[in-house]
Design a protein around this ligand. Sequence first.
Ligand code: NAP
Length: 255
Amino acid sequence: MNGALPLAGRVALVTGASRGIGRAIASRLAADGADVGIVARSADALAATRADIEAKGRRCFVLPLDVADGAAVTEAVKKFAADAGRLDILVNNAGVTKDGLLMRMSDEDWDTVLDVDLKGVFHFCRAAARPLAKSPAGRIVNVSSIVGMIGNAGQSNYAAAKAGLFGFTRSLAKELAGRKVTANVVCPGFIETDMTAGLPDAMKTQSLGQIPLGRFGAGDDIANVVAFLCSDGAGYVTGSVLPVDGGLAIGGFGG
Ligand code: NAP
């Protein structure tokens, strides 16, 4: 039974897996047969995701750390790859927002978002590159945002970090292609998670009107696409930037 699963025998690492999109991705990769390492800032926050993965019969490794701490990431990934015995899939999903208009944006809010959403991805890719290169089918999936593609007033820090992932990931796609490691970006649209729960109702209504498919997304909508990019069937897909947004990036209903 296990042998029939698409990711049987693979080992994945998912950041920002305590809730929301990252939790949906970790759960889906486990359902597809992978053992999964999960990252967030505290082990307590990861307990429910861990229980879910273990209930599916997979090994789960808990890595409590701040993705902005490069030394902690290097050490934890090294230990994880040794404990798990291999590393095949890296999904960089951890992210934060610190919204504010440019004229009022503090250095701290700029730095926090860049340090987590962009530099955190660099930390994990650098630490994971060697073990991924040893996999027969290494996969990197970086979770960006359609805000990186189309911008958003009040999110210049977030847009800069998320757009930075495009060039970063495409460079990795070229660097690591010789090792058969693919690197792709997924750009969620408006997904119902803690990150969007606090937005004003007026903004949600306006956003909904911009989504041709007429609904907000769920974590599973993103997890489905990430699972495909991690599968053997996506072995010829690298350097791609893929919106998963119900059509939000192409605008409203038009004529
Ligand atoms: P969320 O519900 O707020 O979850 C964010 C996750 O990131 C949590 O697991 C959090 O863990 C982790 N995290 C945050 N800062 C961290 C740090 N410094 N170190 C380690 N882990 C950290 O967010 P989400 O909506 O699921 O978003 C997931 C990703 O999708 C993000 O990159 C986000 O930018 C992107 N995205 C989301 C949407 C959307 O509409 N929701 C749209 C486009 C893109 P702890 O807080 O437990 O440490």
